[in-house]
Write a protein that binds this ligand. Sequence first.
Ligand code: ADP
Length: 753
Amino acid sequence: MSAFSSAQTVLVTVLFILTGAGLVALFILIVLHDRIKRRYQKDASTLASIYESIPDLLFCIDTDNRYTSCNRSFLEAVGRTEAEVIGKTPFDIHKDREVASDFVESDNQAMRENRLTTHIGWLTYPDGSVKLLETIKNPIVQDGVVTGLLGISRDITLHRQVEDAARASSDFKSLFLAHMSHEIRTPINVVMGMTELVMRRKIPPELYESMLEIKNASENLFQIINDVLDFSKIEAGKLEIVVNEYSFSSFIHDIVTICRVKIAEKTLFFLVNADSAIPERLIGDDVRLKQIVLNILYNAIKYTQDGYVSLAVSCELENNTANLVFEVSDSGIGIKEDELNTIFNDFVRVDHLKNKSIGGTGLGLSISKNLCQLMGGDISVDSKYGVGSRFVVKVPQIFTDYAPYTRVEDAQDKSILVYEQRLMYADSIMRSIENLGTRATLVKTQKQFFRELELQNYKYLFVASFLYENVKDNLDKIPPDARVVLLSETGDHTVELGVARMDMPVYALPIANILNHVESAFGRADQRYAAFTAPQARVLLVDDASTNLKVAEGLMQPYYMQIDACKSGFDALTLVQQNRYDIIFMDHMMPEMDGIETTAKIRAFDNEYCANVPIIALTANAVVGMREMFLSNGMDDLLTKPIEVPKLNAVLEKWIPREKRMRFITNDKSARSVSLSIDGVDVKAGISMTGGSIENYLDTLSIFKKDMLEKMPAIRQCTLRGDWKLYGTYIHAVRGVTAIIGARAMSEKAREL
Ligand code: ADP
């Protein structure tokens, strides 16, 4: 009762005495009601003043879309008085019917669905200004029934303008980056190309070192530019996934070849296992997928000093989808747990102390993750600091007709004895062989090796090349039908009669190729390093991977042919029109214009030479049916990658015209035991190329001398007269004969001239 004043208390007492308790109770009720009403009115007026003064537009409508109330901001926005609004619909107060109908529609939707909805639309104010309003519409519910709607509209024009400006500036930045990186790529390409050309020449070792540095630096720069270009494309949302059909065997072969070269700079084990069940024909963006896997592998190589880097590829088949899983593990520096989540962010490089001597931009993983997600996959990582890391890339690819990328014919009948002491390699090889469904036994000592040979009839002997000495001393103990295959390191070009080679790391594809092509690889004892020379023959190599080109050129060097190499179908078309080739080796999978398209374009040139020049498909795909596919597309033959010398011999022998081939025998005893030495001349090669006997060689030398003595004055005359055409013809001949006698440097000089 403290709420009553003293006058009221006195009055109550008098009244209580005069009229009784009932009347008093009624009075109390009236007084209380009065107070409640006053209090309520005070709250209501506070609310009303907020309602009025708020800059947002507030309004209520009923279910017939008639306004039941609105605030001052609303009236100002529509340029009406309260009387002109209350009881009216949006059609009555907005001149623009489209605007009104838009409002009504969204109001009705919010009431119909009885949920909070947001509507964004333009409104023209009475002063002519146009504003963007964001309206939140909240249905009013009484006794479970929607009776109307409360709307709150806010002016977001400025907000949107700021957003647009930010987006425009970011777009501009991305566009600028894209243009710049594109422009920079062109001159860098020239630097890289010219460096490559100079390095192919005979140059002094110190110059070679400097060129190597230019080459490495420009390749790094090229990589950075490519990353920046990709980054800017991702930022601008312009990076697209280009889907096409590709061959998994080519894909994995290229990855292994590229990394094999990269890893050779370090003393690391490189282990590869690629499940032979992965489909050969896949549909997806192989170029981008290769970029992701190579990026992760490069990192593994970069951040690992000792131990190993391994790549394991597996897949799960689900209807027409092959869910590929690439697992890259290393025994490198590892990543701290709290930094694991950040490494996929833009420009993030972690552990600066350890990393400071290792180059990088911190863009690679962020780009890879983005690309991966664009392809419907993802990348994850787990790592132990100081122990190593494991990155897992998962990407779904489509396949239509299932055929595995590699398999061994009659796998059960092929028994292999593996002689390898290095546990990691041994383990990896055994796993790949098992995966192919073939039997193998592993031995680690010479004693075990020969004992096993006595116990069982092995068809294939896989021997680590550094252990071959142990085998070579007892060749007589090897059964005549057993095939020796050397597991060789990069850069090891040991060539042994009747011995095949597989470059480490070996995995399902090269193993199956060896096991499937037994006869062509070993069949003829006289199929050796180079069965002949062909200095007059002209060859064109087309492959987009420079490493593949280098390997092929290296393998063809002993044939002394004139080799041109180019990295795209477009360049091939130009070269084919400029020169007359005896044979063209054409890679199948190349970006933009692939081998099949290039062949079709060559065949379409209207001349007899282009219609007939032998085109040999280079492919890592030894799958049945491929040969027919190439032949039906205008090619003449097929050579599988990695190129094996016996097969190369067979192809060259078949397609290089007979008159351009010159026989020689490499295994002649006299070639090995000769003690003759001439400065600047590879006598052994000379003897081989002139038939294998020292007598023949000496004869050739004297003919060469006589010939040169006669031709020298004529050549000199040409230079004096400026008759460069005849000079060219003479020098061309010098080039051929000097090559035959083993004077390589001179032959090379003549080629340059
Ligand atoms: P970077 O160009 O620096 O290599 P990335 O985006 O490819 O950029 O990688 C981001 C960071 O993640 C690297 O700077 C490195 O700190 C860390 N990282 C990536 N891969 C490995 C790895 N295999 N081992 C250890 N650290 C790694």
